[in-house]
Design a protein around this ligand. Sequence first.
Ligand code: IPE
Ligand code: IPE
Ligand code: MG
Length: 234
Amino acid sequence: MIHPPQHIAIIMDGNGRWAKKRHLSRTVGHAKGAAVVRDLVKTCADLGVQHLTLYAFSTENWQRPIDEVSTIMGLFIQYLEKEMANMRTEGVHLQVLGDVSRFPPDLQQRIRDAQADPLAQPKITLNVAANYGGRWDIVQAVQAWQQAHPGADAAQLTVDNFGQYLSTAGMPDVDLLIRTGGEFRISNFLLWQAAYAELYFTDTLWPDFDAKELQKAIAWFADRDRRFGKLSSK
Ligand code: IPE
Ligand code: IPE
Ligand code: MG
């Protein structure tokens, strides 16, 4: 039996190209992209993955046309509305990572509702990274630390205690970082948390990324020798 990664993070890229190939609007691509999430969460939970972090909207994505931004926000609201009850019964604990203060008020309210009353013993935590940027996360962590320690010397900040101020506080670092859509870049995702992640890039466009593709990535992960700077992982 393959030991599953504890924390998988995914840059869900390629919705627009998926739609373009079919002469459909980018909106259809985003809708299809949102629709594949449910199965993947379930597959991860069944495989014993404890944390799944999905990059839904970056701090840079505000630079897209306003119509596209609104479409993505609308899909996010719909997703929370449709999936929340199901996810709860299936043991999924949802958390949103990112600066949500820039979102429309109704979306902010739904995010608050979704995160209220967390499950005591979730099967899996689903982190949706929305208006998220790795650089933002690091800066907000420093600010949060300072707020917790007014007047303290920054020398008290260490590599070991810093993580508890990041938006992923309490979660293990990313073991496997997947990017669909054929690009080889991080695009400001979990810069700190993915320091030792295994990086898996696939040409498959996000709407086509199914349970089989995920299992392929996990099998590839299982073959990696994670040395963490040592001479061998054994
Ligand atoms: C990823 O798909 C979804 C978001 C960034 C919100 P894209 O919209 O980036 O799709 P491509 O890269 O244009 O194909
Ligand atoms: C990364 O995809 C962000 C998300 C998947 C949310 P982009 O399509 O925005 O990334 P770039 O612009 O190609 O780097
Ligand atoms: Mg893209």
